[in-house]
Design a protein around this ligand. Sequence first.
Ligand code: NDP
Length: 375
Amino acid sequence: RAHSLPRCGRLLSTSSRCRTVMPAWVIDKYGSNEVLRFTKNASFPIINYPNEVIVKVFAAGLNPIDVAMRGGYGAATLSMKRDPLNIKQSGSEFPLVLGRDVSGVIMECGLDVKYFRERDEVWAAIPPWKQGSLAEFVVLSANEVSHKPKCLSHIEAAAIPYVATTAWSALVNTGGLRKDNCANKRILILGGSGGVGTFAVQMVKAWGAHVTVTCSQNAERFLRGLGADHVVDYTAGPVEEPLSALEKFDLILDNVGGDTERWALKLLKPWSGSKFVTLVTPFMQNTDRLGVADGMMQTAATVASKALKHLMKGVHYRWGFFAPSGSALDEIRDMVDAKQIRPVVEETFSFSQVPQAFEKVEKGHARGKTVVQIS
Ligand code: NDP
């Protein structure tokens, strides 16, 4: 990552450096939407490590994980990540700031940060164990951050990082796809109309793959507009029937879960390196339910036995996970600036409307992303 020159981001007042508090939406306990609380006195983020940066948030994207985390999803696993030595009391994560996507401007850089300068316009996907972007400022490791696409507004940019780095991790790191090996591949995306799906369709299409998606009937035109070659309506009956009639696939990305594993692996080309990558895994539920050690053992046993079972039938079974990555976002930025990928913002809310934004995401049936304008 080469060093960048400063860009003309909006100027930051020097007074913001002396502040100890900031406006944010926080939760003080897990629960339904009522636990969301607006405060003007959230702690101002601090640079604890020399590779960290403080970002002034202009826009924050919401994801289903924010709704789930509001309800306590992943609490055990994420607490371990925040406090590996288990020194702090339980509940020390509160007040917790949600929001996994950020687009904004670098306000301050740690001493070791070479790649960014103050006022650089950046975007990032924030790991779930860190304080989120529903706040005026957020602190991140520089390697989680990337310069934002020049052609996008902050609202548009905040619609991409979390779903993009998840899709990248699943398709590239786990699925083995690259821009130069997709040309003759047939890819099936189960659940094309949401955040991950709308990004994944565009990404593999830009790399020359043939893309089939499943979605509700009313999303068919929308997905064809994003480049899908073939669209199958899952509401018209058992979706495996029309899918079985198609030529077999090289890779399936599963954004849906449920009973998909029962039928989807049969749609892969056997003995050809084909892969089924699901993003809907029981990892967090296992650790929440059984505790971190037993949950991880249960998880490892489950994934290993499934992988072995399917390997004997000639196909690869994998779990995909979100992985924060500034360098992946650098590559995604180039694709966005080259107009190969566009943001899909379904609805924008103001900072005062954060509870309504959560309600929107909680209702499901997403057609792209929900974004909150922070400043
Ligand atoms: P969204 O809520 O944005 O999108 C889900 C989409 O799936 C909606 O458009 C919905 O529309 C559609 N859908 C629902 N049921 C079906 C079905 N049976 N077949 C086809 N489409 C369906 O979610 P995301 O895209 O952000 O995430 C997708 C999944 O991936 C979620 O389960 C999420 O938890 C998971 N995920 C996992 C990560 C990880 O690290 N493992 C990281 C990020 C996401 P409609 O109901 O109208 O059809």
